[in-house]
Write a protein that binds this ligand. Structure first.
Ligand code: P1T
Length: 384
């Protein structure tokens, strides 16, 4: 028998999702119980209280860990809840080096919230590995990147960063939300911890908010288990079920997102009203070669700069019909947004300007509709 070509597609459907032992239910049941009977005080079946453990959450955590090739998975109530809990593994006086282009809420968490507790973050462009060493301090505990980044789609060399991070005795955290384990497996490349907003491609249908952290490292897992319970940013069982259901079709959806994105990129690069297209699968992209090595496909996200600045960009966002103007990404439906005004409004203007998050920058999350309809929609919006 030949080897399977797409083992991950199978894992998406089966990993962590064993039939329920009592009834044989093929889908993991949604266990709404907040508490579990104890035969005698302290004697139970592994579940005592749903903040600590819940069987539907266990199924999701096992699935997420398997997909990322990790031993341990932890699910949270949102991507921000996952990141907050992970940052709480640090202590006052610890330091983080983070990529300079991050989801606005991630930067806000580090720069505005954790800084108040004495955890400082230095933001540097980690698409260039040589920028890491000078930013490291004696007290650096985490090196934290998104790759691809939100919204500039910069890539970081995970292997290269892991080497330097580990030589320094720190841990590499990779936010794999944009790529998903279907396109990129950071743990195999040396990352210690992988973060997700499961709200996005993993959930896949824009109907749930969730987050996750996975790791192969037993010590980090122990801390995360402790903090999951101590902090309590846990998802409800129905949310876990929705993410699990989304994961089942991840492979099929990602293939469609990627195919559609490629067609839309080809259209945009030719369009006279487009100043610049940012997509890691374009030869002009600074990390085009890295993309080919590190990712199975460049993904389903595209950023582009429209000619005419803020007014043109706003009008374009108002003019699309299939592309809904909304925050978020990674759902089956195509979304359009203006990072400077929406997802990255909390990033200081100077920082935005330095990063290239200009007023005319438009971010597209390419859905799985018929690509012809998506192209027609963009075409008519340009006409307007
Ligand atoms: O929204 P939440 O589930 O809390 O996840 C936060 C988050 C973390 N990491 C990345 C890379 C993200 O893009 C996000 C959330 N991003 C959006 C809502 C957005 O529209 O970009």
């Amino acid at each position: 028998m030949t080897e399977s070509k797409n083992a991950l597609a199978t894992q998406c459907i089966h990993a962590g999702q064993e039939p329920e032992p009592i009834t044989g239910a093929v889908m993991p049941p949604v266990f709404f119980s907040s508490t579990y009977i104890q035969e005698s005080p302290g004697k139970h079946k592994g579940y005592e209280y749903s903040r600590t453990h819940n069987p539907t959450r266990t199924a999701l955590q096992d699935s997420l860990a398997a997909l990322e090739g990790a031993k341990h998975g932890f699910a949270f109530s949102s991507g921000c809840g996952a990141m907050s809990t992970l940052l709480m593994c640090l202590s006052q006086g610890d330091h983080v080096v983070a990529g300079d282009d991050l989801y606005g809420g991630t930067r806000r968490l580090m720069a505005q919230v954790f800084s108040r507790f004495g955890i400082e973050t230095t933001f540097v462009d980690l698409s260039d590995v040589s920028n890491l060493e000078p930013a490291l301090q004696k007290n650096t505990k985490f090196v934290w990147v998104e790759t691809p980044t939100n919204p500039m789609l910069k890539l970081s060399d995970i292997k290269g960063l892991a080497k330097i991070t580990h030589a320094h005795g720190a841990a590499l955290v990779v936010d794999n939300t944009f790529a998903t384990p279907y396109l990129q497996r950071p743990i195999e490349l040396g990352a210690d911890l992988v973060v997700h907003s499961t709200t996005k491609y993993l959930g896949g249908h824009s109907d749930v908010i969730g987050g996750a952290v996975v790791t192969n490292n037993d010590q980090w897992a122990e801390q995360l288990a402790y903090l999951t319970n101590a902090v309590g940013a846990v998802p409800g069982p129905m949310d876990c079920f929705l993410v699990l259901r989304g994961i089942k079709t991840l492979a099929a959806r990602m293939e469609a997102h990627c195919l559609n994105a490629r067609k839309i990129v080809d259209f945009l690069v030719e369009h006279s009203k487009v100043e610049k297209v940012i997509f890691p699968g374009l030869k002009e992209h600074p990390q085009y070669e890295l993309c080919k090595q590190q990712m199975a496909h460049p993904g389903g996200m595209i950023s582009f700069v429209i000619k005419g600045g803020l007014e043109a960009a706003k009008r374009f966002n108002e003019s699309t019909q299939l592309f809904r103007c909304a925050e978020s990404l990674g759902g089956v439906e195509s979304l359009i947004g203006l990072p400077a005004v929406m997802t990255h409004a909390s990033v200081p203007l100077k920082v935005r300007e330095n990063l290239g998050i200009v007023d005319g920058l438009i971010r597209l999350s390419i859905g799985i509709e018929d690509p012809i309809d998506l192209l027609k929609d963009l075409g008519q919006a340009f006409e307007r």
